[in-house]
Design a binder for this molecule. Structure first.
Ligand SMILES: [Zn+2]
Length: 125
């Protein structure tokens, strides 16, 4: 198993909850409201995969970034996404993409397997 991946999955995506994300040149900025998505019936769900990088003032997809290594990259995996004007529709498109679904499932599987092994790892410490 890839150690780097293991550490990242163990930590999980870190959510920045601050109120004041930096504005870009157009006065647009990220908002914590994007951490939540909306189903057509109005119910909300948490976008577990979405992470904001303070370093690059952009967002990434956690599972796509760590499981798509060596594969075709997108803004959400490579340099970060920061097109705040189109973020709502782009996030929806990303969630619908086949690759994202595949990596998201991989992430959940990977995390579940690691949880099972947790007791074993603790004994080795
Ligand atoms: Zn993704």
């Amino acid at each position: 198993m890839n150690l780097f991946r293991e550490i990242l999955v163990q930590q999980g995506p870190i959510k920045l909850k601050e109120e004041n994300f930096p504005k870009d040149g157009h006065g647009q900025k990220f908002s914590v409201m994007y951490y939540k998505g909306h189903f057509p019936n109005g119910e909300t769900y948490e976008r577990k995969w979405l992470i904001y990088s303070k370093h690059s003032s952009s967002i990434f997809c956690f599972p796509c970034k760590i499981f798509s290594i060596g594969k075709k990259s997108t803004k959400l995996t490579e340099n970060g996404y920061s097109d705040w004007n189109h973020i709502t529709s782009d996030l929806k498109d990303h969630e619908k993409s086949v690759n994202h679904k595949e990596y998201f499932i991989k992430w959940m599987d990977f995390a579940a397997r690691m949880k099972k092994n947790e007791t074993v790892n603790e004994c080795n410490l």
